[in-house]
Design a protein around this ligand. Structure first.
Ligand SMILES: Cc1cc2nc3c(=O)[nH]c(=O)nc-3n(C[C@H](O)[C@H](O)[C@H](O)COP(=O)(O)OP(=O)(O)OC[C@H]3O[C@@H](n4cnc5c(N)ncnc54)[C@H](O)[C@@H]3O)c2cc1C
Length: 648
């Protein structure tokens, strides 16, 4: 990597010239850089807006899951069977699903060999458990913070190889020319970094920027994760399945999924209105407390909001949404008291709940007493984060947790923009449903595949930096003009970020009303056009926020375009309820929740979203690429492998 400092348009700019830039220091980004280096492409660096930021490093769950081919006991499994399960998620490209299955063992064993401590039995088998949408017990875990352990071990590999990591560099533009990625423009918000702008002139970009978490207010992503999907779309990268997110119940302080035992101990759901009046809205709704408690129990293992279950456990999410978003009340889980202040009549619950709680010896006391009995670490987890469930209530909401869609990729995780490789959650390799844990597998596989391709096919130095500035100078100037227009004595970036996130949660979260989405989409168009007039910055920090806000607005606009397009053609599916006046409605709920099920009607197509500076975002469906048969005749595979490693 070569570094020079130049003056461009009167501004000092650090210019780095090298083969490959990896963006992001999550489990995906670190693996991409490490693998590139191991495969011989050593002219690589990592750029991140914060080495300790991102989802992998900072999040987890009850038992954070990693999904891979089954490797223990007599459970029959195969690459083909795993690929079929991934493909069955709907709207998934079959060739990508096959790669994710084929490389799952290689990537998993790499993690084991670098010290991620996945448990084995005394014979050395990696024993698994079954996760959702899984047919073969493929899930494993190192505990609540699996992705953090992965990130830490991969980071050690990168540091051992002395791969440069440029911290506090926020990507603010993906530079492209004639259908090819040419580099990146970064802004350095910290006073330690001078010059404040850096340009990366490179052949390849591995874009491991994670999910575009920053677009929602109600979110269980770590606050440090915002994503950068809008910048890639702006540069011409195609988005796919942008409508598909996972939403579910999570606490807001700290941000954590309240799945599993937190629900199975049957806490009291309570909302508080602006007069301070409490409403025990779940039991109020059902009238029958046994039914209410059975649904709360089910929510424990049916965590994501799923429109197919709105007559069952997902009704709980809708009730929370109504209190929170429609009635403007704060919603809490109270573990100190039983619902309706009386011990449940255990035999009246649905049989599976009664059986489970009896088997666990937990048919007694208050919710927190049951929690301490059944899963004390779950209690301690909150205690360590400053919340004592013995006395504190937990504020919850229906939160965004994962983007199943993202940027479109081929079997080498290259996008339509040549030299640009979205990986990890930034790449939308999943469809409507995905097996739990498959996101972490997809990140490792995508980063390995892109590294293999780059090392084999995209070698060498880029054209000189002067050429990049000539070809992409206008893109840099446009960003600077936008930044300049925001300069003021005061800053309002935080207010704008709060406002646009709240709007997106209200109209484009788990419940989507086309009219309301249209209104917000128009507001965003106005904001994007008049960005410099509306947004005010007065220092380097607020300017960094303004750049993030711009990316958020682009991403929100792309997602809303996709949602509005889908609402015209399809109905509710996955974790998204599209409201329609002629829909069906569970009794006693607001008309907004009336919907029809899409079923598999669109499972065979992928919705693509493209950006054109003149016309904005446009969507269209294309058929999914079919699931290849896989396998092959060894001698034939070996011959072509000797020629080109079958990387073509
Ligand atoms: C609560 C929760 C529980 C989860 N549980 C599971 C589970 O059990 N199993 C599973 O498989 N998945 C799970 N997931 C999903 C999974 O954790 C993520 O999909 C995965 O960690 C994403 O990894 P990544 O490397 O792609 O991105 P991240 O880890 O999010 O990293 C993104 C990186 O990009 C950087 N970055 C972003 N924007 C910019 C920019 N503009 N400029 C420079 N740098 C930038 C960030 O600083 C960060 O370093 C869960 C997610 C959540 C929120």
């Amino acid at each position: 990597m070569e570094k020079t400092v130049i003056t461009f348009e009167g501004e000092a700019v650090a210019v780095y010239t090298l083969n490959t830039v990896v963006v992001g220091t999550g489990a995906t980004g670190f693996n991409a850089a490490d693998t590139l280096y191991s495969l011989g492409q050593t002219d690589v660096c990592i750029v991140t807006n914060g080495i300790n930021r991102g989802t992998s490093r900072n999040t987890g769950s009850d038992k954070q899951t990693y999904y891979k081919l089954s490797l223990a006991g007599n459970c029959p499994d195969s690459v083909g069977a795993m690929a079929r399960d991934l493909f069955a998620g709907g709207c998934v490209d079959g060739d990508v699903a096959l790669c994710e299955a084929a490389l799952s063992v290689r990537c998993f064993y790499k993690l084991c060999s670098i010290g991620v401590d996945f448990p084995t039995n005394r014979y050395g088998e990696y024993v698994g458990y079954q996760t959702d949408h899984d047919t073969a017990g493929r899930a494993t875990s190192v505990g609540p913070l699996t992705s953090m352990h992965m990130t830490q071990q991969l980071e050690q590999q990168v540091k051992a190889k002395a791969i440069p990591i440029l911290d506090r560099h926020q990507v603010v533009a993906v530079l492209s020319h004639n259908g090819r990625a040419r580099g990146l423009l970064c802004y350095c918000e910290s006073a330690v970094d001078r010059p404040r702008y850096a340009v990366f002139n490179c052949q390849n970009i591995v874009f491991a920027t994670g999910g575009p978490a920053g677009i929602y207010q109600m979110s269980v992503y770590p606050e440090s994760q915002t994503g950068a999907t809008g910048l890639a779309l702006e540069a011409g990268v195609i988005g796919r399945n942008l409508t598909e997110w996972q939403f579910g119940l999570a606490s807001l302080q700290p941000r954590w999924n309240v799945s599993g035992t937190y629900m199975q101990v049957l806490p009291r759901f309570v909302s508080v209105d602006d007069q301070g009046v409490e409403h025990e809205f779940v039991t109020d709704y059902y009238g029958d407390s046994a039914r209410a408690l059975s649904m709360i129990f089910k929510k424990g293992y049916q965590w994501p909001f799923d429109v197919r279950k709105i007559d069952g456990s997902s009704l709980i999410d809708l009730l929370v949404y109504r209190e929170n978003i429609l009635l403007g009340r704060k919603v809490y889980l109270d573990f100190t008291r039983n619902p309706l202040d009386r011990e449940p009549v255990w035999d009246n619950l649905e049989p599976e709940a009664t059986r489970y709680l009896q088997a666990a010896g937990a048919c007694f006391g208050t919710p927190v007493e049951r929690l301490l009995h059944m899963n004390a670490p779950a209690y301690e987890l909150y205690l360590n984060k400053g919340v004592d469930l013995k006395k504190d209530r937990l504020e919850v909401a229906v939160c965004a947790q994962h983007h199943n869609g993202g940027l479109d990729v081929d079997v080498w995780w290259q996008s339509n923009l040549k030299g640009f490789f979205p990986c990890g959650e930034a790449a939308g390799s999943h469809g409507v449903f995905r097996p739990g844990g498959s996101a972490l597998n997809a990140g490792q596989v995508g980063s390995t595949r892109s590294a293999q391709y780059i090392a084999a096919r995209c070698q060498g130095a880029p054209s000189p930096a002067t050429q990049l500035l000539q070809d992409c100078g206008d893109q840099i100037r446009a960003k600077w003009r936008m930044a300049e227009a925001t300069r003021s004595n005061t800053a309002n970036t935080k207010e704008w970020i709060d406002r646009v996130r709240a709007d997106m949660t209200r109209v484009g979260g788990a419940v989507r009303n086309p009219q309301a989405m249209q209104t917000v989409a128009q507001n965003i168009d106005h904001m994007l056009t008049d960005f410099g007039k509306e947004v005010k910055t007065n220092d380097s920090v607020s300017l960094g926020e303004a750049y993030r806000l711009y990316d958020m607005l682009l991403t929100q606009r792309a997602c809303l375009t996709a949602m509005l397009h889908f609402a015209q053609h399809g109905n509710s599916r996955g974790s998204a309820l599209y409201s329609r006046p002629d829909g069906q409605l569970p009794p006693g709920l607001p008309a907004l929740f009336a919907c029809l099920q899409d079923g598999d009607a669109h499972a065979g197509v992928i919705q693509e979203t493209r950006y054109d500076p003149a016309t904005g975002f446009q969507c269209a469906f294309r058929p999914v690429r079919p699931l290849p048969e896989g396998g092959g005749f060894f001698e034939t595979v070996w011959r072509s492998y000797r020629e080109n490693k079958n990387i073509d």
